[in-house]
Design a protein around this ligand. Structure first.
Ligand code: F6P
Length: 360
């Protein structure tokens, strides 16, 4: 038996441990593994010799501790309505003698995997995205590492913010979903958290910040500095998210970024000192955290199990803190977004503070 493994979409810490997990389990079962480089591109073009690499047990140790993807990523969409390459994918699978594909990706890569599986191709999925917004799973590879970077970065900028009494915008990723901002900001005790799911009003933001400053004075804190964790997809009510450029990728997405800078500009007349830093790729490029290594490895093992059982059209997942198997078509459901009513305090523009204790 021969399995092809690919990584699509944006890179995320945990991809390499997942590839290593696939190789580890496959090797134990006497299954060969071929690395398909640059996501779906490896199967969607005819001249693909430069996209194919044999993966043996020697790569396991090296891959296990690295961020990014040693197989490279791309946002190639093999089932794009404008350029459907299903036939080429089928031809390539035959040419490479592949019995199955393990696709590691987010909503786009696994969405394409699902369509190909509906068309009869033997595909299984492994979920990844630092945004943690994929439907069908409670965890996606990369989220934990990115959160740790956000938390540590917020602490770093707080030194500058405190020293210069600054209103500091720390922009984090999260195209549609505010999970990185919400959970990163929560862990960093951010003063304000802005998420895509709740478009805000600038006057309200200003009054919250001024009120917070006023309240700290009589207590003797004089906490004039503020850390605002802002998701790249967050936006002012009635306005669109801020785009980095006007290019669309093959799945129809714009690149977002710059909202923190925009807000800094809007607030600089109200406050003495405002600053902005976007974490951008720094939050994606870190070495995988313990969690991303462990879950990545286990996802890899389980994906091979699915292949051995012939359970194509499924992906591995985490559901209620346990490893699980779900149909790939789950990824087509609405993305997992922050439930604003339950988790977000619209008055404070911050994470809701409430007791979550339940009787044992
Ligand atoms: O979907 C993952 C993600 O990291 C988003 O948070 C971000 O908007 C996007 O990818 C950035 O994509 P690119 O790598 O194409 O700039």
């Amino acid at each position: 038996m021969r399995i092809g493994v690919l990584t699509g979409g944006g890179d995320a810490p945990g991809l390499n441990p997942a590839i290593a997990g696939v190789v580890e389990r496959a090797t134990m079962a006497g299954i060969e593994v071929v690395g398909l480089k640059r996501g779906w591109q490896a199967l969607a073009i005819r001249e693909n010799d430069r996209h194919i690499v044999k993966l043996g047990p020697e790569i396991i140790r090296e891959y296990s501790r690295l961020g990014g993807s040693k197989l490279q990523c791309s946002r190639t969409n093999p089932v794009s309505p404008q350029n459907d390459r299903t036939d080429i994918v089928k031809e390539n699978m035959k040419k490479l003698l592949l019995d199955a594909i393990v696709a590691i990706g987010g909503e786009d890569t696994l969405g394409a995997a699902e369509v190909l599986s509906e068309r009869g191709l033997p595909v299984v999925g492994i979920p990844k995205t630092i945004d943690r917004d994929l439907a069908g799973t409670d965890y996606t590879l990369g989220f934990d590492t990115a959160l740790n970077v956000i938390c540590e970065s917020a602490e770093r900028v707080a030194h500058t913010a405190e020293s210069h009494e600054t209103i500091f915008f720390l922009e984090v990723m999260g195209r549609h979903a505010g999970w990185l901002a919400l959970r990163g900001g929560e862990s960093a005790f951010a003063d304000v958290i802005l998420i895509p799911e709740y478009p805000f009003v600038v006057d309200k933001l200003i009054s919250i910040l001024k009120e917070q400053q006023k309240e700290s004075d009589p207590l003797g804190f004089e906490h004039r500095y503020k850390i605002i964790v802002v998701s790249e997809g967050s936006h002012i009510q009635g306005e669109d998210p801020t785009r980095r450029d006007s290019k669309l990728d093959e799945y129809g997405h714009y690149s977002l970024g710059g909202v923190g800078d925009y807000l800094k500009g809007l607030l600089e007349h109200e406050f003495k000192h405002t600053r902005y830093t976007a974490l951008a790729y720094l939050q994606r490029g870190a070495p995988p955290s313990q969690r991303d290594r462990q879950i990545g490895r286990r996802f890899g093992h389980s994906a091979v199990e699915l292949v051995m059982q012939g359970r194509f059209g499924h992906m591995v997942a985490v559901r209620r803190a346990k490893l699980a198997v779900v149909p790939l078509k789950e990824v087509r459901k609405s993305p997992s977004l922050v439930d604003v009513d339950r988790l977000y305090d619209k008055e404070r523009l911050n994470v809701k503070i409430e007791s979550v204790l339940v009787d044992d």
